[in-house]
Design a protein around this ligand. Structure first.
Ligand code: PEP
Ligand code: MG
Length: 876
C-alpha cells in the first residue's frame, strides 16, 4: 500500500482516510495544497508507515526507505534543490503529528540536510555565514535531543566555554570562529553519544523519522491517550517539507491570522505577526507582535509587514469557506514569501461564538440551524452571569455543589439580618449559612451570592438562588460556621464576618478574598440567535416564577408563560411568612381560616400582577406544597420570635412543632395531602385565583385562563377530591361576580404511582407537569436534600454519570415519564404535557423531553435562553 503522499501548491496526494492517515499537520498541508494555497512542498509518511516501522521493531523497513528516496527525488525536482547538493542544498523541516493534538510527541526538527559541507554552500548562497551556521548549530542540538535524548543545555555549556576561550560573547563573530565552535560540538557529540552526527542528509532524515515515530511511546503521550480514549494503534504521521526561512531577515517572521473580528464577528483579517531578524535592540528578543488588522488597515508596506495583506486575507477567507467556520491560520514569511502551515477552527469564547455564528448566517456561509448547532447551550450561562477572571492561582478555601451559576464577591455575613443591614448601606455581601430557611429569602435578595454548608442542588438555597439569578454554592461540607465566635473555618483559615470571599456557583469553588469579575453584556446577536432558536424549536419554554421580579426577568429572556408558580414561595417575602406560620401552627380550622383570610388578599394581588406581567401567556399556579419543616421556626431564638409575632406562648408553639414533627417531611404531610386534610386551603387559594383572573381579565379586556395545578398526587381520588373543591369555588365565585372564569385543572406527575396510573389520572387532569425533582427523589429513593453528601462520590467513582437531580436519569426516571406520556395521551389525546423540575433547564434532559413529545419545558428565568437553544437543537 502507499505510505508516502506528496503535496505542493495546487496538488496533493491523499488517501481515502486522509484525516487519520496523514496526521493533523500533514492533513492540513494536503488540504491547503489542494485548495491551491501557498504551502511549502513536501511529503507525509502516513500512520501506515508508522505501523510498518513498529512491526519491524522501530527501524524503517527497506521498502519505506525506498519510498523516502523517491519522495526526496520528487522534492528535488519540485524545488530545484538537491540533498547534499554542491549548490543550492535542499533543507527540510520534519514535523510530527497524530490525528488530534497530543502532548509528548517529537518536536519539529529544522534544517535536515545541513552538514559540514552544505553549511558552507548555504552560507555562500545567502551571503550570510551567521545565519547558515546558526541553523547548523540548532540542527545539531535538536537532532541530538530527538535521536539521542541529549539535553540541549549541555551544548549551550560547550558554546559558553568556547566563547570564553575564543573571546566572543553570544555568538561567534567570524566564519573561523563558527567552524571552531562546530568542531567542539562534533567532539562533544562523539564523546557523549559514541557516534558522529550523520553527514549524509538521507541518513539524518531516516534517523529523525525513526525517532519521531518512537515518540508515540512517550509516557506523556501514552497517558494522554488513556485519558482521552485514543486507541494505541492509531499511530502518528511525519511530514517533511522544504524549509521556510522565517528567521532569515527583516522580511521574515511568523504569524497567526484569523478570519473574523472577534469584537463584531464580521469577516475581517485579524491576528498577529512577529517579525524576525530585525535589530534586536529595537524589537526585543522574541520579536514584538504586530496587530495584523491594524497593520493592514494602515496600508502595510514591506517594512511593516513583509507579505501582502490582501493575498493573506484571500487565503484565510478561502479556508473559512472551506471549513464553513471561522478559522485561525498559522503562517510564515520567509524573505517576503508567504507560506501557510496549519489551520483550525477559530478558538472563541461563548460570546464570540454567538457573534460569529450569527454573522456567518448573515454572510450566507451557514444556515440558521447550523448556527444553532454550533453553540453549546450550557455556555450561554456565561453570557447571563458574571464569571471569574481566570489567570493566576486562586486561593481556593472550599468546594461545594455548583448550585446556581455565576460568580459573586462580597463580605461574609452569617444572618439575613446582617445581610439586610449591609444591603441598606449598599455593601456587597455573601450570605453564609448552614442551610437557608424561607425567611432567608430576604437576605438572599440583598446578598450578591449564597454559600451553604449543607444541602444539594435542589435544596431551598439552590432553588431560590436560581430563581433570583444569584450565584450559589451549596453543600460546602468541609467549611465550618462557628456561630458563637462569628467565624468561618476553611482549610485551616479563620475568616470573620466582614472578610471578603468569592464564590463561583458554576464550579462550586469558594475563594478567599475579592476576585475580578467579568460581567458580560448581551448583544443584539444574542437576541438574533434566540430568534433562530424560536423558529427551529417545537417545544414551548415557560418559566418557574412566583415573584414579579422573576416573572419579568423570565419574560425578558423570552419565557412563554409560567409553568410553575410555587405558591408557598410567595410567602417567603416580608411579613408574609408570619401568616403562613400562623396557618401551619393553627390548632383548628377556625384558626386556619383566620390565617387564610389574611393570606387571601395578598395572594389575589400577587396573581393579578403575575397575570398582567404574562399578558395572555399561560400561568400555571400550583396549590400550596410546603414541606412543613421549611416553614417551622427552628431554635430558641426563632421560636421566641414566632411566639411574639403570633401572640402565643412559647410552650404552645413548641407543642405544635412537636405535633407537626415528621421523620421524613419530604414524604410527609405535603402537597395535596395537606389540601385533603384542610380543604379550606384549596378553597381560599382557588378563590384568590378566580378573583384575580376576573380582575386581570377585565383590566386587560381579554380573558385570563388560569391553570390550577395540584401537587403530589399519587391516587386519582386525591385529584377528584381537590378538583371538586376547586369546581365548587368556581361556581360560587361565578355567582357572586356574575362572571365565569374559564380554567384548567391539572396535576404534577411527581410520584411513581402517578406515572404508572397516568391514564386513570388523565381522565380528571387537563394537563400534566412532570415534577422531576420529586419524581427523581422517589424513583431513586434518594432524599433530594441529603443527596449532596454522597452523590458527588457516586459521580467521582463513576457509579452514575451525572447528578440525576441536575440531569434527568433517562434510563430510570425517563422510562417512567415515557410510560406516563403514552398512557396519558391514550386517555386524553389533547392533554397538555410539560415538565417543571430542575431538569427542565438542562440541555441533555431537554433533548430527551423532545423525544417524549412533551409540549413544553419550564425552568428558572436565567435558564430560559439555554432551554430555548437546547429545545431548538433537539428539534433539528
Ligand atoms: C418537582 O418536584 O419537580 C417540582 C417542580 O416541585 P418542587 O421542586 O416544588 O417539589
Ligand atoms: Mg415537587
Amino acid at each position: 500500500a502507499k505510505r508516502l503522499f506528496t503535496f505542493r501548491r495546487g496538488v496533493a496526494e491523499r488517501p481515502a482516510d486522509a484525516a487519520e492517515a496523514l496526521g493533523q499537520k500533514g492533513y492540513n498541508l494536503a488540504v491547503m495544497a489542494a485548495l491551491d494555497l501557498p504551502v511549502p512542498p513536501g511529503f507525509t509518511l502516513s500512520t501506515g508507515a508508522w505501523r510498518d516501522a513498529e512491526a519491524g521493531g522501530g527501524a524503517l523497513p527497506q521498502p519505506l526507505r525506498a519510498d523516502i528516496r523517491d519522495g526526496i527525488e520528487w522534492l528535488e525536482a519540485v524545488t530545484g534543490r538537491r540533498f547534499d547538493g554542491a549548490e543550492r542544498p535542499l533543507l527540510l523541516a520534519l514535523r510530527t503529528g497524530a490525528r488530534g493534538a497530543m502532548p509528548g510527541l517529537a518536536n519539529t526538527v529544522l534544517d535536515i540536510g545541513l552538514n559540514d559541507r552544505t553549511v558552507e554552500i548555504f552560507a555562500d548562497e545567502l551571503g550570510d555565514t551567521d545565519f547558515a551556521f546558526r541553523s547548523y548549530k540548532r540542527f545539531m542540538e535538536s537532532f541530538a535531543a530527538l535521536v539521542h535524548d541529549v539535553d540541549p543545555g549541555e551544548f549551550e555549556e560547550i558554546a559558553d566555554e568556547e566563547g570564553e576561550r575564543a573571546g566572543w560573547r553570544g555568538e561567534p563573530a567570524s566564519p573561523a570562529e563558527w567552524r571552531a565552535l562546530m568542531a567542539r560540538y562534533h567532539a562533544f557529540y562523539e564523546d557523549e553519544i559514541g557516534a558522529t552526527l550523520p553527514q549524509v542528509p538521507l541518513e539524518q532524515l531516516v534517523q529523525a523519522i525513526e525517532a519521531s515515530f518512537a515518540s508515540w511511546r512517550n509516557p506523556l503521550a501514552k497517558a494522554y491517550r488513556t485519558a482521552q480514549g485514543v486507541p494505541e494503534n492509531a499511530g502518528l504521521a511525519v511530514t517533511a517539507h522544504a524549509m521556510i526561512f522565517n528567521e532569515r531577515n527583516v522580511y521574515s517572521g511568523t504569524g497567526r491570522a484569523i478570519s473574523r473580528d472577534l469584537a463584531t464577528g464580521r469577516a475581517h483579517l485579524a491576528g498577529e505577526f512577529r517579525a524576525k531578524g530585525r535589530d534586536e535592540a529595537e524589537i526585543g528578543e522574541r520579536g514584538e507582535a504586530l496587530d495584523l488588522s491594524e497593520v493592514c488597515a494602515a496600508g502595510a508596506n514591506a517594512e511593516s509587514f513583509p507579505a501582502d495583506c490582501a493575498e493573506l486575507a484571500g487565503h484565510v477567507a478561502r479556508l473559512e469557506a472551506h471549513l464553513a467556520d471561522a478559522v485561525e491560520v498559522d503562517f510564515m514569511v520567509g524573505d517576503g514569501e508567504l507560506f501557510l502551515l496549519q489551520f483550525r477552527p477559530l478558538r472563541r469564547t461563548p460570546a464570540q461564538a454567538v457573534r460569529i455564528a450569527v454573522e456567518q448566517v448573515r454572510d450566507g456561509l451557514i444556515e440558521e440551524e447550523e448556527a444553532l448547532l454550533r453553540i453549546d447551550p450550557a455556555s450561554l450561562d456565561q453570557l447571563l452571569h458574571p464569571t471569574i477572571e481566570r489567570g493566576g492561582e486562586l486561593p481556593i478555601i472550599g468546594r461545594g455543589m455548583p448550585a446556581s451559576p455565576g460568580a459573586a464577591t462580597g463580605a461574609i455575613v452569617f444572618s439575613t439580618e446582617a445581610a439586610r443591614l449591609a444591603g441598606a448601606e449598599g455593601r456587597a455581601v455573601i450570605l453564609v449559612r448552614n442551610e437557608t430557611l424561607p425567611e432567608d429569602v430576604h437576605g438572599m435578595h440583598v446578598a450578591e451570592g449564597v454559600l451553604t454548608i449543607r444541602g444539594g442542588t435542589t435544596s431551598h438555597a439552590a432553588v431560590v438562588a436560581r430563581g433570583l439569578g444569584k450565584p450559589c454554592v451549596t453543600g460546602a461540607g468541609l467549611l465550618r460556621i462557628d456561630a458563637e465566635a462569628g467565624t468561618l473555618l476553611a482549610s485551616g483559615r479563620t475568616l470573620r464576618e466582614g472578610d471578603e470571599i468569592t464564590i463561583d456557583g458554576s464550579s462550586g469553588e469558594v475563594i478567599e478574598g475579592a476576585v475580578t469579575l467579568i460581567r458580560p453584556t448581551l448583544t443584539g446577536d444574542f437576541a438574533t440567535l434566540m430568534e433562530f432558536a424560536d423558529r427551529a424549536r417545537r417545544m414551548g419554554v415557560r418559566t418557574n416564577a412566583e415573584t414579579p421580579f422573576d416573572a419579568r426577568a423570565a419574560r425578558s429572556f423570552g419565557a412563554e408563560g409560567i409553568g410553575l408558580c410555587r405558591t408557598e414561595h410567595m410567602f417567603f417575602e416580608g411579613g408574609r411568612i408570619q401568616a403562613m406560620r400562623e396557618m401551619i401552627l393553627a390548632s383548628d380550622e377556625a384558626g386556619r381560616r383566620r390565617a387564610l383570610e389574611a393570606l387571601l388578599p395578598i395572594q389575589r394581588s400577587d396573581f393579578i400582577e403575575l397575570f398582567e406581567i404574562m399578558a395572555g401567556q399561560p400561568v400555571t399556579i400550583r396549590l400550596l406544597d410546603p414541606p412543613l419543616h421549611e416553614f417551622l421556626p427552628k431554635g430558641d431564638n426563632e421560636i421566641a420570635e414566632a411566639a411574639e409575632q403570633l401572640g402565643l406562648d412559647e410552650s404552645v408553639i413548641r407543642q405544635r412543632i412537636d405535633a407537626l414533627h415528621e421523620f421524613n417531611p419530604m414524604l410527609g404531610h405535603r402537597g395535596c395531602r395537606l389540601a385533603i386534610s384542610y380543604p379550606e386551603i384549596v378553597e381560599v387559594q382557588a378563590r384568590a385565583i378566580f378573583e384575580a383572573a376576573i380582575e386581570a381579565g377585565s383590566r386587560a379586556g381579554e380573558d385570563v385562563v388560569p391553570e390550577i395545578m395540584v401537587p403530589l398526587v399519587g391516587i386519582r381520588k386525591e385529584l377528584d377530591f381537590v378538583k371538586a373543591r376547586i369546581d365548587a369555588v368556581a361556581e360560587r365565585v361565578a355567582k357572586e361576580k356574575g362572571r365565569r372564569v374559564a380554567y384548567l385543572v391539572g396535576t404534577m406527575i411527581e410520584l411513581p404511582r402517578a406515572a404508572v396510573r397516568a391514564d386513570s389520572i388523565a381522565e380528571v387532569a387537563e394537563f400534566f407537569s412532570f415534577g422531576t425533582n420529586d419524581l427523581t427523589q422517589t424513583v431513586f429513593g434518594i432524599s433530594r436534600d441529603d443527596a449532596a453528601n454522597f452523590l458527588s462520590t457516586y459521580v467521582r467513582e463513576g457509579v452514575i454519570a451525572r447528578d440525576p437531580f441536575q440531569s434527568l436519569d433517562i434510563d430510570g426516571v425517563g422510562e417512567l415519564i415515557l410510560l406516563a406520556v403514552e398512557k396519558a395521551r391514550r386517555a386524553r389525546p389533547d392533554i397538555s404535557l410539560g415538565v417543571c423540575g430542575e431538569q427542565g433547564g438542562d440541555p441533555a434532559s431537554i433533548a430527551f423531553f423532545e423525544k417524549c413529545g412533551l409540549d413544553y419545558v419550564s425552568c428558572s428565568p436565567f435558564r430560559v435562553p439555554i432551554a430555548r437553544l437546547a429545545a431548538a437543537q433537539s428539534a433539528i
